[in-house]
Design a protein around this ligand. Sequence first.
Ligand SMILES: Nc1ncnc2c1ncn2[C@@H]1O[C@H](COP(=O)(O)OP(=O)(O)OP(=O)(O)O)[C@@H](O)[C@H]1O
Length: 253
Amino acid sequence: MTAAVSIRDLDIELGFGASRRLILDGVALDVPQGACFGLVGESGSGKSTVLRCIALLLRGWSGDIDINGRPVRDIPRAEYCRQVQMVFQDPYGSLHPRQSVATALFEPLRTHKLDRHQERAEAALADVGLPGDFLYRYPHELSGGQRQRVAIARALILDPSILLLDEPTSALDVSVQAEVLNLLSDLRTKRGLTYLLVSHDLAVIDHLCDQFAVMQHGRLLEVLPREAIANLQVTNDYSRSLIQASLDYDRAI
Ligand SMILES: Nc1ncnc2c1ncn2[C@@H]1O[C@H](COP(=O)(O)OP(=O)(O)OP(=O)(O)O)[C@@H](O)[C@H]1O
């Protein structure tokens, strides 16, 4: 089956002048359709940069990124947005503080010339477990978890098949994290979505992902099945130490 996301030889240099350097070095991965694929690794290893290249938020990368079998550079922007959406760590960043939830949800519908804004927006809120009257609220009138639910509703309102999730729960209180993870899990099952999920938290990867890749210094070291977290069947020493450190941390708290 064609991969939902296929990446080959992805390189990017970022920075200016003397601080310009290679941030991604030959990254390659395949995310099967309907799968949840995790990206883990230490801070600065390049996880978010991979997502930002796929989301076309960064230019100047080289290599191949294919979405459902088509090179991303050949997909018209509007069509791309209807296939791939991104959810960020901090919903304050993706929701404009002076825009109501209605404005945030109507905007993509307007841009893509879709009708029945009210009905679609209320349905999108219901899908993420929020009542329709939340349309008239502003971001500061929502809890962190509710804000992230609105950000997920906004990402899903164009009915994409692929979500890029960049630490979607790490800005939330621990008690709310599980709710949002369960929501993401249910949405994936109901809609047959494909997720590419960045997280520093292996418990999140264990909860949601079928497979995950370990990154270090801009390189992808290996791809592992979810079970590798529990059974530590890992070939690479760095991956083993990363997983071991996370297991030790979980035991300590
Ligand atoms: N626009 C940019 N200009 C210069 N350097 C950048 C830019 N964006 C990211 N970097 C650098 O690229 C490296 C990888 O960053 P990235 O955000 O992808 O890491 P990450 O693995 O997602 O880390 P974290 O878990 O801390 O979010 C970091 O060293 C970062 O400083």
